[in-house]
Design a protein around this ligand. Structure first.
Ligand code: NOJ
Length: 568
């Protein structure tokens, strides 16, 4: 009944000596919400260090930490005043060193966040720019322009901030500065060699401290089109909800000039790797770019090693769409020899356990509030487990977001007055923003702040429902989401699935099935079947026995709806 679509693999296995990042599972720590050691309600680095053994037991290869640098926290640390020091909220440089050292002892690599598109408005450079005159070298580090209109009172162009409102802010002497995000985040001028040199130095600074790489914020935004022309595109939204125009039709995203910047950074990383080949350094692009051919340019062999696969994250729970995005991702990355890096959740999107519990024919929301239609929690969890089971069988790397291993949903009950995402303010509440996925995670059900820290404080209130998701409720419990993740990661490692080749499996009666075989270099075959349809499907007997499944099979051994299985 079942046939392979083609004799040839659509993706070839990696060689046995492939570098670590081609298949790594990287766990995203959002420091303010992971764990709190001092009871102030904000997570910190000493608590990360303490809980690293939890992550080795989970079975991940590396951690990526969202920014922990000195910051006024206008955008939760993505507004940096000192790229070479730690914000006191999170600890000290000694705490960072201790965390890096302990992670390495435990065999975990450490990726830090690099925020090059903008600084904080309290960065010394920006304060100097404000104190200096128009046209001064201090202003040349940022994007200052005169306004339009007879008295210059209109912004220099019509660009909109990503968080809502104009992308320009006027200063006392009448000039304007560009901010693609919050006005507390002035954009740097990447045409200025001083800016380029400064970031080379920052990269070396963290490599010297021992980090294994960087996640690069807004990697598609550093260079703006010459002359800063107005943008009259209907919208430049990304993914199925957007207009699907190439991202670089906008004058501020995905301009060709970004690539020489990254080639320069890659030279630095390669220099460190050459000096210590056992410690290969890498960088991953946060670049919301379409189409896939443009995205592939970022992962050519003299640029980023990885880029987040946001088209995969943005795909709704439909078998044909998932099939297509998986194939397109592998083909486009293969065209430049790069691994694909799968992701379902992060600190900027509604968690997939909530997202997949919403009607799939509606656009992906930017936050869910109490007044909005609520996700179906059980459905969302069931699909989230199935989606992750599919994702972790795919060849390439994968990123996990803290709490997803617990099946954690977003908080949908945050009152407006606790919301901190600038999006909420700048859109005047039209968009709720990202706070719902940033709520401190639960460790112990019957403890203050669910064991997030020693006190009851949590910088965002945790919903009562989080207790049932706490680590202590799932640890060692067969069938729990935590145990599912542990099993998936163990088998993935044993079978080298991240380095595998891939072919599609077709011939199921129901076309709401995504089925593939991960073919390891050794020839070992792992069959993966995800059923997104309404009726249970027969599994291919010749594929072997069940290695792991995201939920129970039917009594007849069929695969129920919204369930994924690995066979081998
Ligand atoms: C992307 C980050 O992930 C997000 O959290 C941040 O707000 C923007 N870049 C601006 O730095």
């Amino acid at each position: 009944m079942l046939e392979r679509t083609s004799e040839s693999l659509i993706h070839q296995p990696d060689p046995v000596d492939a570098p670590w990042w081609r298949s790594a599972v990287i766990y995203q720590i959002y420091p303010r919400s992971f764990a709190d050691s001092n009871g102030d309600g904000v997570g910190d680095l000493p608590a990360v260090t303490d809980r690293l053994p939890y992550l080795t037991a989970l079975g991940v290869d590396a951690i990526w930490l969202s920014p922990f640098y000195v910051s006024p926290m206008a955008d939760a640390g993505y507004d940096v005043t000192d790229y070479r020091d730690i914000d006191p909220l999170f600890g000290t440089l000694a705490d960072a060193d201790a965390m890096i050292a302990r992670a390495h002892e435990l065999g975990l690599r450490v990726i830090v966040d690099l925020v090059p598109n903008h600084t904080s408005n309290h960065h010394v450079w920006f304060e100097a720019a404000l104190a200096a005159a128009p046209g001064s070298p201090e202003r040349e580090r940022y994007v200052f322009r005169d306004g339009k209109g007879p008295d210059g009172s209109e912004p220099p162009n019509n660009w909109k901030s990503n968080f809502g409102g104009s992308a320009w802010q006027r200063v006392d002497d009448g000039q304007w500065y560009l901010h693609l995000f919050d006005y507390h985040q002035p954009d740097l001028n990447w045409q200025n060699p001083e800016v380029r040199a400064e970031f080379h130095d920052i990269i070396r600074y963290w490599l010297d401290r021992g980090v294994d790489g960087f996640r690069v914020d807004v990697a598609h935004g550093l260079v703006k089109r010459e002359g800063l022309p107005d943008f009259n595109g209907v919208n430049h939204d990304f993914g199925p909800e957007g207009d699907r125009l190439p991202t670089n039709t906008s004058p501020f995203w995905d301009q060709d000039g970004v690539h020489e910047i990254y080639a320069g950074w890659r030279t630095i990383l390669d220099e460190y790797t050459a000096a210590d080949p056992t410690h290969e350094r890498m960088m991953c692009a946060e670049a919301w770019v379409q189409p896939a051919e443009r995205m592939a340019l970022y992962v050519r062999d003299d640029e980023f090693q990885q880029a987040f696969n946001f088209p995969f994250l943005a795909t709704h729970w439909y078998a044909d769409a998932l099939h297509d995005v998986i194939e397109l991702s592998l083909r486009s990355n293969d065209s430049v020899g790069a691994p694909t890096t799968w992701v379902l959740s992060n600190h900027d999107v509604v968690r997939h356990a909530s997202r997949l519990g919403l009607p799939q024919d509606l656009p992906r929301p930017n936050g869910i509030g109490a007044a909005d239609p609520q996700p179906d929690e059980a459905l969302g969890l069931r699909r989230a487990r199935a989606a992750t089971t599919l994702m972790l069988a795919l060849p390439g790397g994968a990123y996990l977001y803290q709490g997803e291993e617990l099946g954690l949903p977003d908080s949908t009950e945050l009152p407006d007055e606790v919301r901190q995402d600038p999006t909420f303010r700048f859109t005047k509440g039209v968009e709720l923003g990202r706070d719902g996925c940033r709520v401190p995670i639960p460790w112990v059900k019957d403890a203050p702040s669910f064991g997030f820290g020693p006190s009851a404080e949590a910088w965002l209130p945790q919903p009562a429902a989080y207790g049932a998701y706490a680590v202590d409720q799932q640890d060692g419990v067969p069938g729990s989401t935590l145990e599912l993740y542990r099993t998936l990661l163990r088998i993935r490692r044993e079978r080298r699935l991240g380095n595998g080749g891939m072919e599609w499996l077709t011939g199921f009666d129901d076309d709401a099935v995504v089925a593939l075989v991960n073919v390891a270099g050794s020839g070992e075959r792992t069959t993966v079947v995800a059923n997104l349809g309404a009726t249970p499907v027969e599994l291919p007997a010749e594929a072997g026995s069940v290695l792991v499944a995201s939920g129970p099979l039917t009594e007849e051994g069929r695969l129920p709806t919204d369930t994924t299985v690995w066979l081998g």
